[in-house]
Write a new protein. Structure first.
Length: 278
């Protein structure tokens, strides 16, 4: 109930720019960096979500600082160009800071120290000092008002798996959990393709309008749907005989319709098949 409420609250306050900083190259960078530093699965998802939320707030603040954007077109282009330049100049530093902060929230794993982060940045030819690194962490914390312990889709997956087990679903829990993590990775890395496919399935039209795309944003940012879709797809792959029972249970637990679960799983499986087809 707590996670569902948190998810609904997040969706109700969603920025129109949500998802902009979850582009594949950014997510891949964070995943590879997390792997390099031997961080656990939840940390990399948390780092992605922290960076996304921080960057959106930062852009909004920078645009507000430039005053009214309803002036002449040339002024708008100049203002946005300046914002983009500032973002580009500090983006990798902010990304590393988000990974650092996420690592500090995972108490069972080694946190990323300033020395480790600084060494990595220097290997990329950045000349940041330790003080600048600390100031970057503080900038992220202040911008997010220190609200950095956000739930990730993995938390939803793990809790739903526990509830399924409690409700009597006899599933291969350990391999299913491992597969769900792989599916979450896949969903993050192929986000646009999966949700584009899902939108076209939902509206039964291969050419969605701008309004339909805008309204679909809440679906793309719905952690509960993503978790349910990952579990459903994992069960279909590992234990198809249990699939209908699991979908029924997931529907009862979350209220997400069997049709929506089916469509999400189909979109993921279609992208998996597409990604492995020569």
């Amino acid at each position: 109930i707590h996670l569902a409420t948190e998810n609904e609250q997040y969706l109700s306050e969603l920025s129109a720019e949500a998802g902009y900083f979850k582009e594949t190259r950014i997510v891949e960078f964070i995943f590879l960096l997390s792997e390099k530093w031997h961080l656990d699965q939840s940390t990399r998802y948390q780092a992605v979500e922290l960076l996304e939320r921080f960057m959106i707030k930062q852009v909004e603040q920078m645009c507000d600082d430039r005053g009214d954007t309803k002036g002449r077109d040339q002024g708008q282009r100049s203002s946005w160009s300046s914002v983009r330049e500032q973002i580009a100049n500090t983006f990798v530093l902010r990304l590393v800071s988000c990974v650092q902060l996420a690592s500090k929230l995972s108490l069972h794993y080694s946190r990323v120290t300033s020395d480790t982060a600084l060494k990595f940045l220097q290997s990329l030819k950045y000349s940041y000092t330790k003080q600048e690194l600390l100031e970057s962490e503080l900038a992220v914390l202040n911008t997010l008002h220190f609200h950095i312990n956000v739930s990730t889709p993995l938390a939803y997956v793990e809790l739903l798996l526990e509830v399924l087990g409690y409700n009597g679903c006899l599933l291969p829990v350990k391999p299913l959990h491992q597969l769900c993590v792989q599916l979450l990775d896949f969903c993050y890395l192929t986000r646009e393709t999966i949700y584009d496919t899902l939108l076209k399935i939902a509206i039964e039209n291969s050419m969605p309008s701008k309004l339909q795309i805008a309204k679909f944003l809440t679906v793309k940012e719905d952690f509960m749907l993503l978790a349910v879709g990952a579990i459903s797809t994992g069960v279909f792959i590992l234990s198809p005989g249990h699939w209908e029972q699991v979908v029924e249970h997931l529907n009862c637990i979350t209220g997400i319709t069997p049709q929506s679960i089916l469509e999400f799983s189909y979109a993921v499986l279609r992208c998996i098949v597409g990604s492995t087809t020569p």
